[in-house]
Ligand binder design. Structure first.
Ligand code: NOJ
Length: 525
């Protein structure tokens, strides 16, 4: 067991009996390129983000997850790292990141970095050395294999982003293929090699000692691989191998990471990104001896606008995780069309916020969803991302003036109706989505039941998903009407509206009626 390391931050582990901070926190994901730009080059940076920390704090969240800012050739916008212990000049300097961590802490916000352990950039010095010769000292830091007798790749695994393309690239100078679950510019590390584990553990120590509060762990389920590298079943080769990879050798890797972070007294947290097509495999990734939290991305991002789908997803998650693990909730991120776009209207996006902030689990918000942003339409000549994900990465509009608070044309076009949905316009409008999010986050912060309580499904009315949360004597009921017509629900006892999609004032008595797409958080009268 490593020694407990003291780091100055927002606060240490919570008092005995309270849930750990990451269980009752709300996390806000910032995609730094698109958040705020101080340098004036049209690409968001750390200094710009520092300027906007008061906005994040005023929203009422508890922690920030900052998408990758490490040095990178940017073949996958920072998910191809060439130096894990430095900041890419596009975003600023290490000193800027230190200032951001300090600034976040002064605002009472914890800061998580995005750590990409499955693969590096092909320009990382580790890979440059590895590919230099079959006898290179770091050759076995990556996954190298000979071609099959006919010269084809070692197995049938396919890569993400390029459906049907092999997850292998031949390196002509050494005559072997290397594995890349993503782009050829992102070679997979071999985590069965103790030197790789040690080098990556050093990276975590480097950041934890600088005071960061934890990490989002990119494609965590890909770390342990079957050493025999068996073919995927033929009918599944249309699915990238990374969405199928679930190998028992991952478990000790996660346990090692958990031990490492648990050695720090400021209670850092690990949240694993897990994207597996088989939901029952999810439960191996969070709980004691694994990550504190794990995203269930297909379950979160692909649940349609349907009361029964959300009810059964919530029940299945609770059953799968049991008492040892705590769920996560996420509606949007930098990889998937925003839920405002998926669900088709602002009314539904508002109601979905009650799912996100009212169901049991740690919610992860994606910057801009509080403004009701839609994906931007990207003309073909401005498309940049190899995975076609530019639309959800469009820049945040800060005001209604030309440029929306950006001094130069941003790297991607703004989302639709950027002026009307800008921060400045919404801050001045009590009926705006932004102020609704602030009210909802305040309601959550004030209620132990919403933050940490248990959950009970209330059989309310067809098309309505209603549930109760309880913690000690604190109780809340949430109800979301998914139907496209009004519904009336009957509740035992008298209830008042604490926050609602259709109201700006709290406290009115609830008469049981819900308009189409209306959602409410209720407290006992
Ligand atoms: C998941 C990240 O969220 C995504 O943006 C990235 O392309 C892949 N992992 C590869 O690192």
């Amino acid at each position: 067991m490593s020694p407990v390391v003291e780091v100055v931050g927002v606060g240490a582990a919570t008092a005995k009996g309270d849930p750990p901070w990451w269980q009752s926190a709300v996390v806000y994901q910032v995609y730094p390129r698109s958040f705020a730009d101080r340098s004036g080059d049209g690409i968001g940076d750390l200094a710009g983000f520092l300027d906007r920390l008061p906005y994040v704090a005023a929203l009422g969240v508890d922690a920030i997850w900052l998408s990758p800012v490490f040095r990178s050739p940017m073949a996958d916008f920072g998910y191809d790292v060439s130096d894990y212990c430095d900041v890419d000049p596009l975003f600023g300097t290490l000193a800027d990141l230190d200032r951001l961590v300090g600034g976040a802490h002064r605002h009472g916000l914890r800061l998580l970095l995005d750590w990409v352990p499955n693969h590096t950039s092909d320009r990382h010095p580790w890979f440059l050395e590895s590919r230099s010769s079959r006898r290179a000292a770091k050759r076995d830091w990556y996954v190298w294999r000979d071609p099959k007798a006919d010269g084809s790749p070692p197995n049938n695994w396919t890569a993400a982003f390029r459906p049907g393309h092999p997850a292998w690239t031949l390196d002509p100078s050494t005559g072997q293929f290397y594995l890349h679950s993503f782009l050829p510019e992102q070679p997979d590390l071999d985590w069965s090699n103790p030197e790789v584990r040690a080098a990556m553990h050093d990276v975590l120590h480097f950041w934890l000692e600088r005071g960061v509060d934890g990490f989002r762990v990119d494609v965590a389920h890909c770390l342990g691989k079957d050493p025999a590298l068996p073919d995927d079943p033929e009918h599944l080769v249309v699915v990238p191998h990374c969405a199928l990879n679930h190998h028992p050798s991952t478990a000790p890797i996660l346990a090692g990471l958990r031990r490492l972070v648990d050695g720090y007294a400021h209670a850092p947290m690990l949240v694993g990104e897990v994207f597996l097509v088989a939901p029952h495999e999810m439960s191996d990734y969070s709980g004691p001896g694994a990550f504190h939290l794990a995203f269930d991305l297909p379950g979160s991002l692909h649940t349609p606008w349907d009361a029964d789908a959300w009810r059964s997803r919530t029940a299945a998650t609770a059953e799968r995780l049991g008492r040892d693990a705590w769920p996560t909730l996420v509606l949007s991120n930098h990889d998937t069309p925003r839920h405002r776009t998926r669900f088709g209207s602002e009314a539904r996006a508002r109601a979905a916020a009650v799912l996100l902030l009212g169901l049991p689990g740690t919610p992860f918000l994606y910057a801009g969803e509080e403004l009701g942003l839609e994906d931007a339409a990207i003309p073909p000549e401005r498309r940049l991302d190899p995975g076609g994900r530019d639309g959800c990465r469009a820049p945040l509009p800060w005001n209604d003036a030309p440029g929306h608070g950006w001094d130069a044309e941003p790297w991607l076009p703004f989302p639709p109706e950027a002026g009307r949905r800008s921060v400045a316009r919404q801050e001045a409008d009590p009926g705006s989505m932004l102020l609704f999010y602030r009210r909802l986050l305040a309601a959550r912060r004030a209620s132990p039941a919403l933050r940490a309580g248990d959950w009970r499904d209330l059989d309310a009315a067809p098309g309505v998903f209603a549930w109760e949360r309880r913690h000690g004597g604190d109780r809340r009921v949430c109800a979301v009407n998914f139907a496209s017509a009004p519904r009336t629900i009957a509740l035992v006892g008298d209830w008042r509206v604490e926050a609602g999609t259709h109201r700006t004032q709290a406290g009115a008595a609830f008469d049981g009626r819900l308009a189409a797409d209306e959602a409410v958080v209720l407290r006992p009268d």
